[in-house]
Each structure stands twice: as C-alpha cells, then as structure tokens.
Design a protein around this ligand. Sequence first.
Ligand SMILES: [Zn+2]
Length: 188
Amino acid sequence: MTSASSSAVLPAYRVHSSSVHGNGVFAERDIEPGERIIEYAGREISWDEAQRRAEVSGAPHNHTFFFSLANGNVVDGGDHGNEARFINHSCEPNCEAIEEEDGRIFIYALHAIKQDEELNYSYPLIYEGRHTPAIKKAFACRCGAPTCSGTMLAPKPRKRKPRAQPQLPVEPIPGAAAARHPEPVAAH
Ligand SMILES: [Zn+2]
C-alpha cells in the first residue's frame, strides 16, 4: 500500500518520561494499524565495530541501541539515531520493528494506537552468554502487561530469525550493575 500523505501528516509521536522506564515514546495522535511511525535511525556499522564501541563504553546498556541487520551489520541508534531509540520494550507491544529490503529499520503500528498511549515493541535481547542471576536482574522487564515474561532476554535461540533484532555481545557483562534498558547516552 502506498501512502501519499505520510510525509504531510503531523509527527505521530513525542518523547517524554515514561512510567515504565526513563524516557518513552508516546502517540501524539491516533495511529492507524500498520502505520509506519518512525525509522529506527542510526549509523550502520559492522558487528566488530559494534563490539569495539561496546567495550569503549564499558557498559552493557548501550547494546540495546544496537539492531542487527540481515547483512550481519548493526544499526547503532546511539550514533546519529533519533527518537526511536527511546521506545521501551513491552511483552504486549503495540508496535513492531521491521527491516526493509534496503536494510533500513522502521517501527510500524501492530494495531490501532490511541493518542497518548506509550509506543512499545518487543525486543527480546539475544544474549549468548550464560543467563546468570545478575544478567537476568539487569534485564528484568517491568512492562506491566498481564502476560509479562519478567525478562527482556530472549530464550537461547536455536536459529536466527531474519528480522531486526537487538543483540548483546557474547562476552559476560562486567559489573552487572547495568540498567535494564538503555538510558539516552548522547543526543548525537
Ligand atoms: Zn514485560
């Protein structure tokens, strides 16, 4: 479906503090089912570069700004990213992230969203290291959904799905004093 009006309408979202965590992204107006809301912007970097950046930052929370792409690269929402990086996780999301054929990631409405509703999507984090109690605590989910799984960590995957999905590095996270969700680190 094409939408000639998509660039003409008001922005569908705004950022302000969330009761779930830190900043969140909220519907500025009613949003149609299937509407493309915002690009998950950021610089496309290699996985090696993503690992290097993670080590430099010294904290795991940055990693949730990383979205893996089908081509093996990563979009770093903390580098030339936009408001999309503030979208919180929910176990019952109203949005989803889809990687398009050109490798760009967009956030779409899964169903109709009312004005002022918080936007969220499910981003089970792939963490291939041991899911220790500290790791589980660091990535506990408090989305409040009746079906909340209590964690943002994906079960150990048997195979990768070819869809946009944030990843954590394979190394154990040092310290484990991490926030469960990215705090905004730098505007640009
Ligand atoms: Zn949850």
